[in-house]
Design a protein around this ligand. Structure first.
Ligand SMILES: [Zn+2]
Length: 189
């Protein structure tokens, strides 16, 4: 890690957080598997800090079959019970159930639109929205696009997809570039 680089303030100096900021956050995601991984992690984040989720990410990967939505959509009660005993993840009953519900709804969208990526990117006309912030505190918690996407996802049966969660997802997957203007990643993503 090069500490002389200017970065968005939110990632601080935690190496895991810095690596995530430098390599993943804001890079446009155009494949369904990665989209689902982020979506699952974001829904588990609701009410918690992102670094908490990031530290548990590899536990989630193991527990949720490498984020394979086809497998997750088929989880039965015994698998759910097992997940609820797994101390490595967030043991929240509603969130664990939502992973299964969302995997099913995710695949319904794939059927309808060809891919989830095609569907979700249509909410920003298939181009990242490039903002210009001076500090990360300037970035909003929601936007008109996240409101519309959240509403549509809910209509399609998704859980834990409030506009704030959806906006965080849009930032993570590069649908919106919210790196601050002075961040070295602003022009790279
Ligand atoms: Zn940044």
């Amino acid at each position: 890690m090069n500490s002389e680089k200017v970065r968005c303030g939110w990632c601080g100096t935690d190496p895991l957080y810095v690596k995530y900021h430098d390599e993943e956050w804001g890079v446009p995601v155009k494949d369904d598997k990665t989209m689902f991984e982020f979506l699952l992690l974001e829904t588990f984040q609701a009410g918690l800090s992102w670094i908490t989720i990031l530290r548990k990410r590899e536990n989630f990967r193991k527990a949720f079959d490498d984020f394979d939505y086809k497998k997750i959509a088929k989880y039965d009660q015994s698998k759910i019970d097992l997940l609820l005993q797994n101390e490595g993840i967030i043991r929240n009953k509603l969130k664990v159930h939502s992973a299964v519900t969302n995997a099913k709804a995710f695949m319904e969208i794939q059927k309808e639109f060809g891919s989830f990526t095609e569907y979700i990117w249509s909410f920003v006309n298939h181009e990242p929205i490039k903002n210009i912030w001076q500090t990360h505190k300037d970035a909003p918690a929601t936007s008109s696009e996240s409101d519309a996407l959240s509403k549509d996802l809910k209509k399609r049966g998704f859980k834990f997809v409030g506009s704030t969660v959806v906006y965080a997802h849009m930032q993570a997957t590069g649908m919106v570039n919210d790196h601050i203007e002075s961040c070295f990643r602003y022009h790279e993503v």
